[in-house]
Design a protein around this ligand. Structure first.
Ligand code: ADP
Ligand code: MG
Length: 729
C-alpha cells in the first residue's frame, strides 16, 4: 500500500475532540499503519540483523532469540513512548468473545525517589495474567490459575489511544501452564498450519509447488452494524444490557422501499465513518468500502483481505474502533445480529481463500489445464468439507444473537449449503458424468486442446441468499454473525478443509501412483473428483435459500437444519468433531470440550440476562404506561357518561386494553416462572430455553407490542422503532 501523510488527506480533517489524539501521530508520519510497529518503523528502528531475524520469526515461524527480543522490546518501547504511550499490555482473545488487556506501566521506581523505564524482551515475549477469572471450561481451576500470554510476532503491535491515554498493545496467544489453549488465537494458528500443510500436498501432486514454502489462508470480513442516536440508546435498558430491543412495535416504514440500501450516507454518519476509517488506517486496518445497508440505520464497512491471523486481529480492532468512535458523534454502534425485530439483521461476511506465499490464490480459476484441474480439486475439496461437516460450520457461528438472524429477513437460513453459480454447477454435472468435455454457457470458453474447460473468473452470479457462496475467487461464508470474533469460525473452516484436502491428496496419491504421467494424473483426478462430487453434490444449492421449498428439499437431501444454538452447539463435541480437531492438532479433546462448555455457558447467561431484563422492563415501563392509559380511558368514559353521552367506542377500547393488560400480566408471570434458573445440565438448560423461555419471551413481546400501539404516545416511556431507526441525521 502506498504511504500517505496525514495532511495529504483533506478528507481526514481534524475534529476538535480528536486534537489530542492527533498529537500522538507525529506530523509527517505516514497515515497507514502510523500507530503500528511494522514496516518501515521496524526497518528504521531495528539493527539490520535483528530486523532480519524478526522477519524470519514473522514469516517462517522461527523462534526468537532472547537477545534479539531485548533489542526489539527496547525499540518498541522507545517508539511507543514517543507516541505518548505510558503503558503496555499483552492483548489477547480469551473465550469471552472480547479482547483482554491488562496494562503495565513502562515506568518503575528506581529506589532513589526517581523512576526508570522498563520493558524487557522477557516482558515482550511472555506475560502471566491471572487466568482464573477467564472462562476456561474447567481446563484450569482457580488453585492452578497460571496462564501465559505469548507474543505473536506475526501480528503487528499497535498503539490504542483515547483522548487522554495511549497504550502499546502486543498481540499474544493465551495458554494454560499445561500448554492448553485458553484463547481463540492458538487453535486458529494451528488450523492455518494444518490446512496449509494439506494444501501443499496438493500442489506437490500437481507439480505447482516450485518456489512455494507455505500455503496460508486469507480473510476479508465485511462488517455490518447499526448506528443509533446515543440519547435514544440511553433510554432503552434492553439496548444497554442486551444490545438489542427486546420489544418494540414495528415502524410503518422500514426497508419496504429499498431506499436506504446504497443510498446517500447522512452527513453525521459520514463524519463518523471518516474518523473511524482514519483511526483504522493508523492502526494498519486496511478498510476500503463503506455504504448504507438494507435496514434504516444500518451500514457496512469492509477491509482489503489479509493473511487470516492478522485479519482476525484487525477485525477485533475494527469492532473496537467502531464502538469507540460512534460515541464521539453522538451515536452508539450496535454490533448485535438483530437489534430490531422484523428488519434486516447484521452479519459479517467471512471471505475466505487459500494462497501460496508466492501470491497465487488457489481458488482463482486459471487458464492452463493443469492448474485448472488443481483449481477444481480445491473447489471440490471445499464442497466435500462443507457437506461432511455442515453441522460443525453451523455450530461455529451459533450464538443467541445469530439465532434471531438466521432464517429471517435477508439472512441465510440455518441450513448450510453452497452456492456455486450456473457455470461451476454445470462443470460439476460433467465431472459427475465422467467429463468435463464442454461447457454449455459462456462463448469464451476454450474446449479444444484442454481436457478441462477454461473457467472464466467471476463466472458466478450473485446469490445473496446463500450461507456459503463461491464468489469468483473466494468463498464467502455469510452466516457468520456481526458480533462474532472470526477466529473460531475460521478455525473450524480451516480444520474441516484440512481434512478434506488430506483425504483427497491421499486418494490421488493412491490412484495416480508415484511420479505419475500427466495422463495418469488426469485420470486419477477425474475419478477422485467424480466420486467426491457424486457423494457431496447435495450440499450445492443455487436456488433461493429463503424459500419454504428449500427447507423441504434440504430435508429430503438429508442436510442438517439446526435452527437454534441448543441444536447446533452439541455437534461441536460429537465423536466426529473430537476426532477431527484432535487429528489435525487443532484442539485436543479436553480443549474442545472445554470450549463447547464455555459456549453453552455464554448462551445460557445471555438468555438469562435477556429474560430478566425483559421482565424488569415489562414491569417497570410497559405495565405502568398501560395502566396509566387505562386510567385515562376510564376517566374519559366516565366523564362522558356523566355528561349523559354514551361512548361505546371508548368503552370497547377500554375493554380491549384491559384485556391486553391482563394478558401482559399473565405473560410476565409465565416468563418469570419458566426463566427461573434450575439445576439442569447446560445442554438441557439450552433446550429448556429453546422450548420454554423463548416462546414465553415471544408471547410477552407480542402483547407488549400490541399495547405499545394502543397507548397514547405521550405516555409511552421508551423510544419507538421509527424514532430509533431514523435518527441518523
Ligand atoms: P461484496 O461481497 O459486498 O460484493 P467484495 O466482492 O468487494 O464485496 O469483497 C468482499 C470482501 O472480500 C473484501 O473484504 C475483500 O477484501 C475480500 N476478498 C477479496 N478477495 C479475497 C481473497 N482472495 N481472500 C479473502 N478475502 C478476499
Ligand atoms: Mg459480500
Amino acid at each position: 500500500m502506498t504511504s500517505h501523510r496525514l495532511e495529504d488527506y483533506p478528507g481526514f480533517r481534524t475534529r476538535s475532540h480528536d486534537k489530542k489524539h492527533l498529537d500522538r501521530v507525529p506530523s509527517g508520519s505516514r497515515l497507514f499503519g502510523a500507530l503500528t510497529f511494522s514496516g518501515d518503523v521496524m526497518l528504521k528502528r531495528l539493527p539490520e540483523d535483528v530486523y532480519k531475524q524478526l522477519q524470519q520469526t514473522m514469516h517462517q515461524g522461527q523462534p526468537l532469540d532472547a537477545s534479539v527480543a531485548n533489542i526489539v522490546a527496547s525499540a518498541m518501547k522507545e517508539w511507543a513512548i514517543e507516541h505518548g504511550a505510558t503503558h503496555y499490555t499483552h492483548w489477547f482473545q480469551p473465550l469471552t468473545g472480547q479482547t483482554a488487556e491488562k496494562h503495565d506501566a513502562f515506568l518503575a521506581p528506581d529506589g532513589n525517589g526517581g523512576a526508570i523505564e522498563k520493558f524487557s524482551g522477557a516482558q515482550l515475549i511472555r506475560g502471566e495474567p491471572d487466568a482464573s477469572s477467564f472462562p476456561s471450561g474447567g481446563i484450569r481451576d482457580t488453585y492452578e490459575a497460571r496462564g501465559y500470554t505469548a507474543w505473536d510476532a506475526t501480528s503487528p503491535a499497535f498503539i490504542l489511544t483515547t483522548p487522554d491515554t495511549a497504550t502499546l498493545c502486543i498481540p499474544t496467544v493465551f495458554v494454560s501452564w499445561t500448554g492448553e489453549a485458553l484463547d481463540k488465537k492458538t487453535p486458529l494458528l494451528r488450523s492455518i498450519q494444518a490446512v496449509g500443510e494439506q494444501a501443499m500436498r496438493i500442489l506437490r501432486i500437481f507439480g505447482t509447488d516450485k518456489g512455494v514454502t507455505q500455503v496460508t489462508t486469507t480473510l476479508g470480513c465485511e462488517q455490518e452494524y447499526f448506528l443509533i442516536d446515543k440519547k435514544l440508546y440511553e433510554q432503552r435498558p434492553d439496548l444497554q444490557l442486551c444490545g438489542r430491543t427486546l420489544f418494540g412495535a414495528p415502524s410503518p416504514k422500514d426497508h419496504q422501499l429499498d431506499d436506504h440500501y446504497f443510498g446517500a450516507i447522512p452527513e453525521r454518519v459520514l463524519a463518523f465513518m471518516t474518523e473511524a476509517e482514519r483511526r483504522l488506517y493508523e492502526l494498519g486496518v486496511p478498510v476500503c468500502t463503506r455504504h448504507n445497508e438494507v435496514a434504516p440505520g444500518q451500514y457496512e464497512v469492509a477491509p482489503y483481505f489479509e493473511g487470516t491471523n492478522v485479519a482476525v486481529d484487525h477485525q477485533m480492532i475494527l469492532m473496537h474502533v467502531l464502538r469507540q468512535t460512534a460515541r464521539h458523534h453522538g451515536f452508539v454502534c450496535l454490533l448485535h445480529e438483530k437489534p430490531f425485530a422484523g428488519v434486516n439483521g447484521s452479519g459479517k461476511h467471512n471471505n475466505w481463500s487459500l494462497t501460496t506465499d508466492t501470491g497465487v490464490n488457489l481458488l482463482d480459476p486459471r487458464d492452463q489445464t493443469h492448474t485448472n484441474m488443481q483449481f477444481l480439486v480445491f473447489l471440490v475439496g471445499v464442497i466435500r468439507a462443507i457437506d461432511k461437516h455442515a453441522d460443525l460450520l453451523r455450530g461455529a457461528i451459533t450464538n443467541a444473537g445469530n439465532d434471531h438472524r438466521l432464517g429471517s429477513n435477508e439472512a441465510p437460513p440455518p441450513i448450510i449449503s453452497i452456492y456455486l453459480g450456473a457455470m461451476l454447477s454445470d462443470i460439476l454435472d460433467q465431472i459427475e458424468e465422467g467429463g468435463p468435455q464442454k461447457t454449455k454457457r459462456g462463448g469464451t470458453i476454450d474446449l479444444g486442446a484442454h481436457i478441462l474447460p477454461q473457467i472464466p473468473r467471476h463466472s458466478g452470479d450473485r446469490n445473496r441468499t446463500s450461507p456459503f457462496a463461491f464468489t469468483g475467487n473466494k468463498f464467502e461464508f455469510r452466516a457468520v454473525g456481526s458480533s462474532t470474533p472470526v477466529a473460531w469460525p475460521n478455525t473450524v473452516l480451516n480444520t474441516i478443509i484440512a481434512e478434506s484436502l488430506d483425504d483427497i491428496a491421499t486418494e490421488l496419491e493412491k490412484r495416480a501412483g508415484k511420479n505419475p504421467t500427466p495422463r495418469k494424473l488426469e485420470t486419477a483426478v477425474k475419478s477422485v473428483l467424480k466420486d467426491a462430487v457424486k457423494k457431496h453434490r447435495r450440499v450445492v444449492f443455487d436456488g433461493d435459500n429463503y424459500s419454504e421449498e428449500w427447507h423441504q428439499e434440504a430435508e429430503e437431501r438429508g442436510l442438517p437444519c439446526l435452527r437454534t444454538t441448543a441444536d447446533a452447539l452439541p455437534c461441536l463435541k460429537s465423536k466426529k468433531a473430537l476426532g477431527l480437531f484432535n487429528k489435525y492438532g487443532v484442539l485436543n479433546n479436553r480443549e474442545l470440550r472445554a470450549r463447547v462448555e464455555v459456549l453453552f455457558d455464554q448462551y445460557i447467561t445471555v438468555m438469562s440476562i435477556e429474560s430478566e431484563t425483559m421482565i424488569d422492563m415489562l414491569r417497570s415501563y410497559v405495565l405502568p404506561a398501560a395502566l396509566r392509559f387505562q386510567a385515562e380511558l376510564a376517566e374519559a368514559a366516565t366523564a362522558s357518561q356523566a355528561a349523559g353521552i354514551e361512548c361505546p367506542g371508548t368503552v370497547e377500547q377500554l375493554r380491549q386494553h384491559v384485556r391486553h393488560i391482563e394478558e401482559l400480566q399473565s405473560a410476565i408471570a409465565n416468563l418469570k416462572n419458566v426463566a427461573s434458573r434450575n439445576n439442569r445440565s447446560p445442554e438441557a438448560l439450552a433446550r429448556h430455553i429453546r422450548d420454554k423461555v423463548i416462546p414465553a419471551m415471544d408471547a410477552a413481546r407480542r402483547v407488549a407490542d400490541t399495547i405499545e400501539q394502543e397507548v397514547s404516545d405521550d405516555l409511552w416511556p421508551l423510544p419507538g422503532y421509527s424514532e430509533m431507526m431514523f435518527s441518523q441525521t
